[in-house]
Design a protein around this ligand. Structure first.
Ligand code: NAP
Length: 286
């Protein structure tokens, strides 16, 4: 899979990616760099960020600034913005990608475990959004937010209920600010990815024998997982000026997974051709 946008499509832009040292955040950040952006990657583990920054600079020839930050702590985000501005002058976009999640029957969760996921996903995202938005508005600078949600942000899902509640909140934040902050030339959009293999997600969502019990591939009409570049293409478009009239949108990229789960009769896929033949005969006899 190749990169989709024109060379230098993000030239001159500085983009912050939360959770940018691993998984999908790293892949999207890499493509932003390839398109000419300066990149700030931020998460809690400085060693992971430093290693990723070095590798990304080598792979792309771009500039990467790693800054440690726990997005649950508002003051730490204000520091990230200050350091990023000192290095690059101005921040143009934020990709709210960092998250935490694990599977569990909800009745087995302590209220603290519930808090941990909601605090990272929802509090972390609105913290980053509020700190950045206030800064942009004060300085009369335009900006772009891109928030990574999931398809269960609108369908809900058992066994990941804290994440489901939090991602629904992030989607509401995206749409609310798309309306409220457009007057400041601040756009807000979201992407809802289906399964894209990453070490983090696979370890937490399909651990050990769970992967043998449920085959996530069976749920996807296109019969395959997403490729990181496919997501990176979409993210780069929504971050770039090519999407300057897209605001308040959530774009699903899941091979048709959620729609298959939603359609009442979609499981009829399991019915073999012989059975359809019999049914046809029975109908023609009536
Ligand atoms: P991942 O590699 O585990 O990424 C999560 C990132 O969040 C890590 O870099 C982590 O870094 C950071 N993070 C966690 N808590 C943080 C905190 N308190 N403050 C700052 N950073 C924090 O997982 P991924 O699969 O790439 O997921 C990326 C995004 O895609 C998430 O929003 C996820 O919900 C979404 N998504 C993924 C899939 C998929 O199939 N992979 C599907 C749908 C949606 P530290 O540990 O260093 O803090």
């Amino acid at each position: 899979m190749e990169g989709m946008l024109k060379e230098n499509a993000l030239k001159g832009k500085t983009i912050i990616v939360t959770g940018g040292g691993t998984g999908l955040g790293r892949s999207m950040g890499k493509y932003f760099l390839e398109l000419g952006a300066n990149l700030v990657i931020s998460s809690r583990k400085m060693d992971v960020l430093e290693k990723a920054a070095k590798e990304l600079e080598q792979e792309t020839g771009g500039k990467v600034l790693p800054i440690a930050c726990d997005i649950r702590k508002y003051e730490e985000i204000e520091d990230v913005l200050q350091i990023a501005e000192k290095e690059f002058g101005q921040v143009h976009g934020v990709l709210n990608n960092a998250a935490g999640n694990f599977i569990s029957p909800t009745e087995r969760l302590s209220h603290r475990a519930f808090d941990i996921v909601v605090d990272i996903v929802l509090r972390g995202t609105y913290n980053f959004t509020l700190a950045t938005g206030k800064n942009w508005i004060n300085k009369k600078q335009p900006g772009t937010f891109l928030n990574i949600v999931t398809t269960y942000a609108w369908t809900g899902s058992g066994f990941v209920v804290p994440s489901s509640c939090a991602k629904a909140g992030v989607l509401a934040l995206t749409r609310s600010l798309a309306a409220e902050w457009a007057k400041y030339k601040i756009r807000s959009n979201a992407i809802a990815p289906g399964p894209f293999p990453t070490e983090g997600a696979w370890k937490r969502l399909f651990p050990g024998e769970v992967a043998e019990k449920i085959d996530p591939l069976k749920r996807i009409p296109l019969g395959r997982f997403g490729e990181h570049q496919e997501l990176a293409n979409l993210a780069a478009y929504l971050m770039s000026d090519y999407s300057s009239y897209v605001n308040g949108e959530v774009v699903t990229i899941d091979g048709g997974e959620w729609i298959k789960g939603a359609g009442e009769f979609n499981t009829l896929e399991e019915v073999p051709n012989e059975m359809w033949d019999q049914l046809e005969k029975m109908r023609s006899k009536k």
